[in-house]
Design a protein around this ligand. Sequence first.
Ligand SMILES: Cc1cc2nc3c(=O)[nH]c(=O)nc-3n(C[C@H](O)[C@H](O)[C@H](O)COP(=O)(O)OP(=O)(O)OC[C@H]3O[C@@H](n4cnc5c(N)ncnc54)[C@H](O)[C@@H]3O)c2cc1C
Length: 368
Amino acid sequence: MGGAYDTHGYTVDPFMDVAHPNTASLIVNVPYRCLLAKGIEGILVTGLGMSAHRDALPLVRIQPDMQNMGYATGTAAAVAAKTGTLVRNIDLSQLQKHLVEIGNLPAKVPGQSDSYPLPADQVAAAVAALPKRPLAASVLFAQKDEALPLLKKAYAAAAESDRLSYALVLAMMDDPTGTETLLAEVQGAKRWDAGWNYKGMGQFGRAMSPLDVCVVALGRTHDRRAVPVLVEKLRLLSAADAFSHHRAIGLALETLGDPAAAAPLAELLARPGIAGHVHGTLATAVQSETPGGTNSEQTRRESIRELLLARALFHCGDREGLGRKILESYTHDLRGHLARHAQAVLDAAQVMSRGRPAPNGEGIQKTE
Ligand SMILES: Cc1cc2nc3c(=O)[nH]c(=O)nc-3n(C[C@H](O)[C@H](O)[C@H](O)COP(=O)(O)OP(=O)(O)OC[C@H]3O[C@@H](n4cnc5c(N)ncnc54)[C@H](O)[C@@H]3O)c2cc1C
């Protein structure tokens, strides 16, 4: 399966922040286990419901992919029924043979095996290649535990010009080794670079600028020295600036969760055009003066920006209840995904304040 990487909105995985396939056409294999339901026998899940990271879905969701996968799933189910076997125990080589015969799978697939875990020499080669070939980061994020010690060594030995590549990947793995490099990079940028504005349809390529990525990474060093440096960048922002800068600042500050960032975040939310984009009633949606109304890119951009900043404020300890107030208002938004997200942030905070992990083990600071 595969195709051009058309994301409809922004990606969320740290790998996509440090290296992005842009418009490259990619081919991916879907293991049979993506269709199996964990803990339940006798069920196969096909189509959009299969198990995949949300950033991987653009590569497997196109209609011919869905049709091929639907055929393969139906055949697997029929084999299980006919042979009295559990769907997770059917003879996969026979299924693959049939799928190759009818042109559903390429002929090379039956000879292939699972690629994980990747061999140690491949991880070492990816560490060495990183400054010249950022996409090598895919191997590093796939095998973090093996990559981390090698990355730390490479950072220490790297030429000045190569340090940033290593510092970024280390920080995205929540390792602080490259903090000095990231502090210098963000502090050295006196103004924001060209950012990315929220785009729904036809979104190809990066959703963050180079400075946005450094900002997010700096947050993930978990070093408090980052707070004043990030606040300096926040103070340059207004509603006219790109969505990605607001998102990067929100992500970085909420990761740090430092109360010192609460007042600047509240000030940013009070700037003209930043807050007040809840679409809580049909009347609001209909009255929207933006062409396209509630579903237009601009209204989505404004609302998601407000939600991200309010969430960051809330996670930094809040300021006169403003973050909570905005999140609560979004729980009534007509756009269900925004309402559910706001509610999930509030629920997770409540669960954590009672000293229990969030439902399904999901941490609120990890989202988006
Ligand atoms: C706006 C948009 C534009 C797209 N453009 C393209 C394009 O140009 N080209 C392309 O190839 N792909 C495109 N896609 C992607 C593609 O259409 C989808 O990925 C694909 O249709 C998904 O197939 P599916 O069978 O997994 O899910 P769906 O097509 O969503 O089918 C799921 C079905 O299950 C039904 N259902 C849900 N719950 C229940 C229930 N409890 N009981 C019974 N039935 C239920 C639903 O009503 C639905 O009919 C687009 C998708 C969208 C949303």
